[in-house]
Write a protein that binds this ligand. Structure first.
Ligand code: HEM
Length: 361
């Protein structure tokens, strides 16, 4: 044995005694991924994980130059965009990455939904996933204000106005987030703190639980696969086979993202002027557009109720179907399974139609 390889063996034994790596490896080796025509959707969670790492890394780099003050924020972003080496790249990566992440999360959510992956024993995996999506959207909302340009300022104003119409807690929540009656320094400080401290802590804690549960329960199998005879079912090992493919998909996704980031760098508008007029046709980010467009259609008064309040209450109730799905469709009734699928199709179609409508109106 050469001295080099004996040193490596020694290091491995040292780590093994302390970290018990072979236990983790045994667990990974036991895990198998079913092979069927919907297997491609198993990559979505992994892509989301990779994009999250990109968000953390690029976000930390942006924090080196960003100062969360209404006098400094916009100037910092201009400096990052034009003077800091590769600043434009990492800022664009962070902004495009956030949009990419939310898109992938929706794909992950609906693929899990239609594969009925929310059923026993994965109810908590599912609920933790819904919370992770909520947190990711909150990242998007709070991050949007940080450049302090006119579009981000007025889109946040609209967002907070809508949030204030939420039943019971709306007004308190909006005022807590704003830090008063108007958007100003207090709002920027709060959004910054939520974006770089509160949400990351919440997200990491929940994500730890989500990934642990995925390891504990293994990959779910769609009904059509479960019904197959044992000899017709095929699986592949998670480690190393599926993981290697995972890494390949990550590289492809990362390349697509890098191409977008370079060919279409994220821009910045003029500095926010709280006393100026809102730019024409101001809209929230695409992932809030469906709700925004839906509310535009609701009349000001619906009987005794204020239109916006009724509209928001309706959307909240409709979205609650996602929380209820694992407890309603437990896999013991064909009718319930079909109703759950129809609900999912209606929700997905509704979101797509209202988002596209919102984008072009
Ligand atoms: C930051 C956000 C998230 C990350 C990083 C993440 C990551 C992952 C990963 C790596 C897996 C295993 C591979 C896979 O099935 O794709 C997984 C599985 C799962 N995720 Fe997520 N996820 C996130 C959000 C969500 C959301 C929004 C939902 C839906 C509400 C969800 C529900 C599930 C379920 C039910 C499984 C088990 C799937 C199965 O066993 O087939 N996750 N997640």
């Amino acid at each position: 044995m050469t001295s080099e390889s004996s040193r490596i063996t020694g290091l491995r034994a040292w780590l093994e005694t302390r970290l018990r790596l072979s236990e983790g490896l045994k667990l990974a080796e036991k895990k198998e991924v079913p092979i069927h025509k919907h297997s491609v959707w198993y990559y979505m969670g992994g892509i989301a994980l990779m994009l999250l790492l990109v968000q953390f890394a690029s976000g930390i780099l942006l924090m080196v130059y960003y100062i969360p003050g209404i006098e400094s924020a916009h100037a910092c972003i201009l400096k990052i965009n034009s003077q800091v080496d590769f600043g434009w790249f990492f800022r664009s990566l962070h902004s495009w990455g956030a949009n990419f992440l939310i898109l992938v999360l929706f794909a992950h959510l609906f693929s899990c939904y239609f594969m009925k992956a929310y059923r026993k024993p994965r109810e908590i995996t599912w609920i933790s996933g819904l919370l992770l999506l909520g947190i990711s959207m909150a990242f998007g909302f709070t991050g949007y204000l940080l450049p302090w340009d006119d579009v981000s300022f007025f889109a946040t104003k609209i967002g907070l106005d809508i949030a204030s119409k939420m039943p019971v807690i709306g007004e308190h929540l909006a005022s807590l987030l704003r830090g008063g009656d108007a958007i100003g320094q207090a709002t920027l400080s709060r959004f910054f703190m939520i974006h770089v401290a509160a949400l990351p802590v919440l997200l990491l804690a929940l994500l730890g639980g989500h990934l642990l549960l995925v390891q504990v329960h293994g990959m779910s199998e769609p009904e059509s696969f479960k019904k197959l005879e044992t000899e017709k079912k095929s699986y592949e090992k998670f480690f190393p086979n599926f993981l290697l493919k995972d890494v390949l998909v990550w590289l492809l996704a990362l390349n697509a993202l890098a191409a977008l980031v370079t060919l279409s760098p994220w821009g910045i508008g003029p500095e926010a002027d709280p006393f100026g007029p809102a730019p024409l046709g101001i809209k929230p980010e695409w992932y809030f557009l469906a709700e925004f467009q839906f509310l535009k259609l609701v009349p000001a008064k619906l009987g005794p109720l204020e239109g916006e309040l009724a509209g928001i209450a309706f959307m909240l109730l409709f979205a609650l179907g996602l929380v209820a799905a694992p407890f309603y469709d437990k896999g013991d009734s064909k009718l319930k399974s079909r109703i759950a699928t129809i609900y999912g199709v209606l929700l997905l179609l509704g979101m797509i139609i209202f988002t596209v409508w919102g984008a072009f109106s």
